[in-house]
Design a protein around this ligand. Structure first.
Ligand SMILES: Cc1ncc(COP(=O)(O)O)c(C=O)c1O
Length: 436
């Protein structure tokens, strides 16, 4: 147990008092495992935080960072560039289908979301449709923690402490809890018509006031909520009919999580903007990227040549170290076939997930690619407590899981082997059986 002073660090999204009373410190990581302070190993069931898709301590990435640090530490992000930004942008555009060829670098998922929302509003303005300012999110959505993302987000606990948030935002209904969808294997059959909720908001606000709709193709943070079959296609078509931009927040679905490079490839639905982060640089160095369709970029390329076209950007946009880490990450993904590996393992994974069906506390199981949601019946009068107990017990048993509400979420590194899957689900079975 640590003897360190833990009092000065205010930990994010953490029960600080509980943690500091009984700390859980990681001191190393390799492949599928974290090394804990007490010397134990812990299987990483959530790729760090849905970000270390290639696993930990990967040689290509370590080497890329090492080399970059000795060569070019920083290059000014505005009015200057460095070669790796352009090379990386080209490689990313090649991974993404369709017209999503213009890449804007950020440092996190939250910043990618803010960037995409601002791009959407500004895009309409530069085309003479400055009246399109309204942003539409979805209930139970998570789009990071900055003001725009919190506003279009739909998780009440993340919103309620922060006042009235950004004006001119509305939400379509979520797709969770539709009758007949429990224990679905892969995408659920029912609920595509929930996309028509967007029509309700168009009738209320008028399409001419709406800039964009943002959704996670698969919502992770609210507890692994899958899009019903046909739902995303329907959203796309309504947006098209009404001149509204569609933004996919792929911060967790990007970089191989579903068995294709992006959910955009996987579902075969092309949005106008895609937000990414996490797996882009394997979680090693903070980095995000927004993918914009060519038409969006082109709309800004007007006016005198010496004028800045889009008044937005970050000091660390396309930072050389982050670009090097992302390049090492893409090399690793490509050499090891990781961007499609989830597709190879998904049947085995699905069987493992649904093997928990007979357990008493389990009220729903959801899976797609290498993602699982295990929903537990909330303890009477103490919502979230049962899942949090599972988290603590899993930690003691050498398995890292994540919980949100009463749902356990799993999203392991894409290098996972079948024996790791067996260990994770055998451990979870014992834990869930033992919970009161
Ligand atoms: C869908 C989605 N968008 C945005 C974010 C925010 O990313 P970050 O924590 O890097 O700001 C997350 C983080 O989990 C996410 O899942």
């Amino acid at each position: 147990m640590t003897t360190q002073n833990l009092e000065n660090y205010w930990m994010p999204f953490t029960a600080n008092r509980q943690f500091k009373a009984k700390p859980r410190l990681v001191v190393g990581a390799d492949g599928m495992y974290f090394k804990l302070e007490d010397g134990r190993q812990m299987l990483d069931g959530i790729a760090g935080l849905w970000c270390c898709n290639a696993g930990h301590n990967r040689p290509r990435i370590v080497e890329a960072i090492r080399q970059q640090a000795g060569e070019l530490d920083y290059a000014p992000a505005f009015q200057m560039g460095h070669p790796k930004q352009f090379e990386l942008a080209e490689r990313l555009a090649n991974l993404m289908p369709g017209d999503l060829n213009k890449i804007f670098f950020t440092n996190s998922g939250s910043e990618s979301v803010e960037t995409a929302l601002k791009m959407a509003i500004a895009y309409h303005r530069v085309r003479g449709e400055g009246h399109r300012t309204r942003l539409i999110g979805r209930e139970k959505g998570y789009h990071g923690v900055n003001f725009g993302g919190t506003s279009v987000g739909g998780m009440p606990a993340n919103r309620k402490m922060f006042g009235s948030l950004v004006n001119g935002v509305d939400h379509i209904r979520h797709t969770h809890g539709v009758a007949g969808n429990t224990f679905s294997k892969g995408q659920p059959e029912n609920g595509a018509e929930l996309a028509d909720d967007l029509i309700r908001l168009i009738e209320l606000h008028d399409a001419s006031t709406i800039a964009a709709v943002i959704v996670e193709p698969l919502a992770g943070s609210a507890g692994v909520l899958l899009p019903p079959k046909g739902y995303l296609e329907r959203l796309r078509s309504i947006c098209d009919q009404h001149g509204i931009l569609l933004i996919f927040d792929e911060v967790i679905t990007g970089f191989g999580r579903l068995g294709a490079p992006f959910a955009t490839n996987f579902f075969g639905v092309e949005p106008d903007l895609v937000t990414t982060a996490k797996g882009l640089a394997n979680g090693v160095i903070p980095m995000g990227a927004v993918f914009a369709q060519d038409k969006i970029y082109d709309a800004f390329m007007h006016g005198p040549d010496n004028m800045v076209e889009f008044f937005h950007g970050y000091t660390f946009s396309g930072n050389p170290m982050a670009c090097a880490a992302a390049m090492g990450t893409l090399d690793t993904y490509e050499e090891e076939g990781l961007l499609t590996r989830a597709a190879e393992l998904s049947d085995y994974w699905q069987d493992a997930v649904h093997s928990l069906r007979d357990l008493d506390h389990v009220i729903d199981l959801r899976n797609l690619g290498l993602i699982a949601g295990i929903e537990l019946r909330p303890r009477e009068g103490a919502p979230t407590a049962r899942a949090f107990d599972a988290f603590l017990q899993a930690y003691d048993a050498g398995l890292l899981i994540r919980t949100t509400g009463d749902t356990i979420a799993l999203s392991p590194p894409l290098i996972i082997e079948k024996e790791h899957i067996d260990f994770a689900f055998e451990t979870l079975r014992k834990i869930i059986q033992s919970l009161d």
